[in-house]
Design a protein around this ligand. Structure first.
Ligand SMILES: *[C@@H]1O[C@H](CO)[C@@H](O)[C@H](O)[C@H]1NC(C)=O
Ligand SMILES: *[C@@H]1O[C@H](CO)[C@@H](O)[C@H](O)[C@H]1NC(C)=O
Ligand SMILES: *[C@@H]1O[C@H](CO)[C@@H](O)[C@H](O)[C@H]1NC(C)=O
Ligand SMILES: *[C@@H]1O[C@H](CO)[C@@H](O)[C@H](O)[C@H]1NC(C)=O
Ligand SMILES: *[C@@H]1O[C@H](CO)[C@@H](O)[C@H](O)[C@H]1NC(C)=O
Ligand SMILES: *[C@@H]1O[C@H](CO)[C@@H](O)[C@H](O)[C@H]1NC(C)=O
Ligand SMILES: *[C@@H]1O[C@H](CO)[C@@H](O)[C@H](O)[C@H]1NC(C)=O
Ligand SMILES: *[C@@H]1O[C@H](CO)[C@@H](O)[C@H](O)[C@H]1NC(C)=O
Ligand SMILES: *[C@@H]1O[C@H](CO)[C@@H](O)[C@H](O)[C@H]1NC(C)=O
Ligand SMILES: *[C@@H]1O[C@H](CO)[C@@H](O)[C@H](O)[C@H]1NC(C)=O
Ligand SMILES: *[C@@H]1O[C@H](CO)[C@@H](O)[C@H](O)[C@H]1NC(C)=O
Length: 452
């Protein structure tokens, strides 16, 4: 109280002398920050090296003592205070070039009133997350992702039962089971991608039905995906990719109508599914099913109107026997992978109209394709960077591609004739693999002039 009064009187008495202090006088009706918290923040800043180039700005740059009473730390960049109590309740130091270690003595842990703490994208140099973080019991949002933490993930995080947002993704932790996660029953967003976690975590998450986003990708989680996932009706993002989930995908997953992102790729899942069941999830933008042991049935004709517009669609190794015909209406695709299927015969005519403005990557390798139904003289894709037609049964001349291409693979086919000198117009090419074909004649001399 004393400080508030002092602060108010100071600014407002000065206003009597200099009109400039009017706004200061008015704003000082809000509580200024507490001395103890100001010094905690300054010590925090001191405990790191700001590792950045001369031109980049760190939020901590604005943290410094100022004026007679030290400066109002509530106005510092990334600091948020409670209007009534003046306590620091939010600290947003994402991408602030902080480099150095954090331990249990860090003055962060003196900020007991914190509700939001964001340290995303800094370099804590392999520090362990101090278990005292479990004392910040008011935290509702905590982001420690991409920050070079290591060691054990402290199970005292389970004490933070107010958390609605928790991300620990992309840190090099010691292997851990995270079996306590289910205690955080208010979570709406949970990210533990790439955290070296393992085990049977899913059953413990059964009660987290408020989740809108669940990211468990790139770990060693192994369990079945259970039917109760269908109770997570608010999910917009479900990322289980690159783990060891096994067994069948429960039908209940096809009722999660809000899903925009669904990734199951590279697991040990199996079973036979109608492609249409996935396409009924009409809000999907990204669907990744590659690298399991799925059989996808394409038999039902799907009308354009009801089908999602995908940006990323990966259906490699899905035992497809034909190009799914709904693809002909897709005009926003950026990445399409149909590799390692059992697709025979010609690549359909509509391929030349497929997402002509947006398509960047097209993988068709390891099928039984024999050629293009209709060769295009000028391929329509303006942004295609990567095309893989390798290990098929392509015959005829080398298909020519747009100048935007970086990577072009057509090895292990039966292409014939001369290598056209037009290939030298691929001015951006980085990798060109046309090996193991049946070309004849000369290698065009201009090939030697290509950039690489
Ligand atoms: C400092 O930043 C530079 C470039 O931003 C980076 O290459 C370097 O590894 C960083 N050093 C440390 C110790 O984080
Ligand atoms: C980062 O960690 C290395 C290896 O543990 C250590 O030598 C170095 O002093 C640390 N740097 C800082 C700023 O703590
Ligand atoms: C914390 O500070 C105390 C007193 O300065 C010191 O004895 C202790 O070793 C420190 N702990 C850590 C983890 O650095
Ligand atoms: C954290 O909480 C424990 C138990 O409530 C307490 O003993 C400890 O002093 C607290 N540590 C800090 C740094 O506040
Ligand atoms: C915090 O978690 C630890 C370990 O899980 C536990 O021993 C402790 O009692 C918890 N503290 C509070 C305040 O819940
Ligand atoms: C889920 O909630 C129920 C009822 O609140 C409780 O009995 C059960 O132990 C919880 N399950 C898990 C895995 O936390
Ligand atoms: C799913 O929700 C239904 C109805 O909301 C409920 O009856 C059922 O017990 C829930 N299932 C699980 C496994 O939690
Ligand atoms: C799926 O895989 C499991 C073992 O992971 C096996 O027991 C089951 O028979 C398989 N189901 C199908 C339909 O292939
Ligand atoms: C995939 O499933 C089929 C039966 O559906 C089975 O014969 C085959 O061995 C499985 N492949 C792998 C890699 O599990
Ligand atoms: C789907 O859309 C494409 C182009 O938008 C059109 O050529 C094709 O006839 C449509 N297919 C169906 C089944 O409506
Ligand atoms: C060359 O390509 C053919 C056709 O795809 C394939 O059968 C053969 O194994 C390939 N040879 C080598 C050496 O890769």
């Amino acid at each position: 109280m004393g400080l508030l009064l002092q602060h108010f009187l100071l600014k407002c008495l000065l206003f009597l002398i200099l009109p400039y202090f009017l706004t200061q006088c008015v704003s000082s009706v809000q509580r200024p920050c507490l001395d103890s918290e100001r010094s905690a923040l300054l010590q925090l800043k001191e405990s790191f090296i700001l590792n950045r180039s001369a031109s980049s700005y760190s939020k901590a740059d604005s943290w410094k003592l100022d004026g007679w009473i030290g400066g109002d730390c509530c106005s510092w960049d990334g600091v948020e205070c409670d209007d009534n109590t003046g306590h620091v309740i939010g600290l947003d130091l994402r991408s602030s070039f902080l480099y150095g270690s954090i331990d249990s003595n860090s003055t962060i842990f003196q900020l007991h009133h914190l509700r939001r703490l964001n340290l995303f994208d800094n370099d804590f140099n392999g520090s362990e997350i101090p278990s005292v973080i479990g004392n910040l019991s008011r935290l509702s949002q905590l982001d420690l992702s991409y920050s070079a933490f290591s060691g054990q993930i402290p199970n005292t995080l389970a004490n933070l039962t107010e958390l609605t947002y928790l991300s620990l993704s992309e840190n090099d932790f010691s292997p851990s089971t995270l079996s306590w996660l289910g205690k955080l029953s208010k979570l709406t967003i949970l990210g533990v991608a790439s955290t070296n976690s393992y085990g049977d975590v899913l059953p413990s998450l059964k009660n987290l039905t408020r989740l809108t986003s669940l990211r468990l990708s790139r770990n060693q989680f192994s369990s079945q995906i259970l039917f109760w996932l269908g109770n997570f009706t608010r999910l917009t993002r479900l990322d289980l990719g690159v783990n060891k989930f096994w067994g069948l995908v429960p039908e209940s997953i096809f009722t999660l109508i809000k899903l925009e992102f669904l990734s199951l790729w590279s697991n040990l899942l199996n079973g036979t599914y109608k492609l249409k069941s996935f396409l009924n999830l009409r809000n999907l933008k990204q669907l990744q099913l590659s690298g399991n042991n799925f059989s996808l049935l394409t038999t039902t004709t799907v009308m354009n109107v009801t089908v999602p517009k995908f940006t990323i669609l990966t259906l490699a190794s899905c035992n497809l026997f034909e190009f799914p015909n709904f693809l002909s209406g897709q005009d926003e695709l950026e990445f399409l992978d149909l590799s390692r299927n059992k697709i025979h015969g010609y690549i359909p005519k509509w391929i030349w109209g497929l997402s002509a403005q947006t398509l960047g990557v097209l993988h068709l390798k390891e099928n039984f394709l024999t050629g293009f139904r209709q060769p295009a003289v000028v391929p329509p894709w303006t942004n295609l960077r990567r095309l893989d037609l390798g290990s098929n049964r392509l015959r005829g001349n080398l298909p020519i591609l747009p100048a935007s291409i970086y990577y072009y693979f057509v090895s292990n086919n039966f292409l014939q004739g001369e290598i056209p000198s037009m290939i030298c117009t691929l001015s951006s090419i980085i990798v060109l693999d046309i090996s193991n074909n049946s070309f004849s004649g000369m290698i065009p001399p201009c090939l030697g002039n290509l950039r690489t």
